[in-house]
Design a binder for this molecule. Structure first.
Ligand SMILES: Nc1ncnc2c1ncn2[C@@H]1O[C@H](COP(=O)(O)OP(=O)(O)OP(=O)(O)O)[C@@H](O)[C@H]1O
Ligand SMILES: [Mg+2]
Length: 330
């Protein structure tokens, strides 16, 4: 199993602004499902757009399926399939016609195309719906069609940029199943980006957390979780003085401020340490307002490495959306 994507100090600065991607160095192995996880503006789409040759780097380069993205972009394009975030299928065509159009675009011979399309439709349970207009599809069906559109020309690598954004929970988990089926049956390397921690946890065998154009950590989901060195106890106190005292808790492997009067303490095993932690709070006469205990999850990993909760980013999205709506009304 060789390296199929290798980036070498891959960097992108948009029109004199701050670096959207800052010296990215990653290696992706053939057959992997590789997840890029990060908040808004982290540089995920920039990475995908560079690797798929939609934009050019300002420094560094990448080798994709043996081809340099700077010098051999056409070869790169033939090696890859892309499922962008926005819907790209034509509503006024049938599912089958959409697939055939892509086959023609890539010069796939008619017989091969027929065989390939039949296989893909079967993989995502769209055989029955293939002859219907896409405008008659449900949201989930349309996403499934988008998923196989990128696979008609039999690429070695499939890029999925936020494949389930905006889908309801049930449809999302259904999509995961289809992504798994595709990976299993088509022998394709998959690179996906996501806001959803559950998604990369469920699908990816390796993950990079990216923020401000830099990789913060890379590893298997298990490695990332175990890098946290224990469980996290978050406590809100009545005063910063109390919070300072809590930070001195002897059994903490790590303790740090996490906002006004809020402390996060890492302990090896919360089940064992909790009684002595509570005794400490009572002995020192600290006034505690709120306390939560979290076993390691990817949410925690994200928080640990970016210093913020990924859900705050979702709140940011809503704010952005409301601002845009207000602007539109003017
Ligand atoms: N065409 C562009 N021109 C100027 N700046 C851009 C452009 N595209 C992206 N940026 C900036 O580059 C940074 C990285 O953006 P990018 O779209 O790669 O982030 P992302 O991780 O995909 O975010 P999201 O989760 O919101 O999709 C951001 O600061 C963004 O504002
Ligand atoms: Mg993006």
């Amino acid at each position: 199993m060789g390296v199929i994507i290798k980036t070498e100090n891959l960097s992108k600065t948009y029109a004199g602004k701050i670096k959207a991607l800052d010296s990215l160095n990653i290696e992706i192995n053939e057959g992997e499902v590789y997840g890029l996880l990060g908040p808004n503006g982290a540089g995920k789409s920039t990475t995908i757009n560079l690797l798929t040759t939609r934009i050019t780097p300002t420094a560094g380069t990448a080798i994709v399926n043996g081809f340099d993205i700077r010098r051999h972009s056409m070869d790169v394009r033939k090696s890859i399939g892309v499922v962008p975030q926005d819907l790209t299928t034509d509503e006024d065509l049938t599912g089958y016609e959409n697939l055939m159009m892509v086959a023609r675009f890539y010069d796939v011979p008619k017989n091969d195309a027929d065989e390939r399309i039949a296989k893909l439709l079967k993989l995502v349970d769209l055989e029955e719906a293939a002859g219907r207009y896409v405008k008659q599809y449900s949201g989930g069906m349309r996403k499934r069609l988008e998923l196989i559109i990128g696979l008609v020309h039999d690429p070695k690598i499939l890029f999925l940029d936020e494949p389930t954004l905006g889908l309801d929970v049930q449809t999302r988990t259904q999509m995961w199943e289809y992504v798994r089926e595709i990976q299993k049956n088509l022998n394709v390397t998959i690179i996906l980006t996501s806001h959803y921690l559950e998604e990369v946890d469920a699908l990816a065998n390796r993950i990079s957390i990216i923020d401000h154009g830099k990789i913060l950590i890379t590893g298997t989901p298990e490695e990332l979780k175990s890098s946290l060195k224990g469980d996290i106890v978050q406590m809100t106190f009545k005063s910063q003085e109390d919070a300072e005292v809590m930070k001195q808790f002897p059994e903490a492997t790590e303790a740090r401020d996490f906002g006004p009067n809020i402390v996060r303490v890492t302990v090896r095993n919360s089940d064992e340490v909790l009684p002595s932690l509570i005794k400490y709070v009572s002995d020192k006469k600290l006034t505690i307002m709120r306390m939560t205990v979290q076993k390691p999850s990817l949410d925690e990993v994200f928080l640990q490495y970016t210093g913020r909760d990924i859900r705050q980013e979702d709140a940011g999205d809503v704010r952005k959306m409301m601002m845009n709506m207000r602007r539109m009304r003017r």
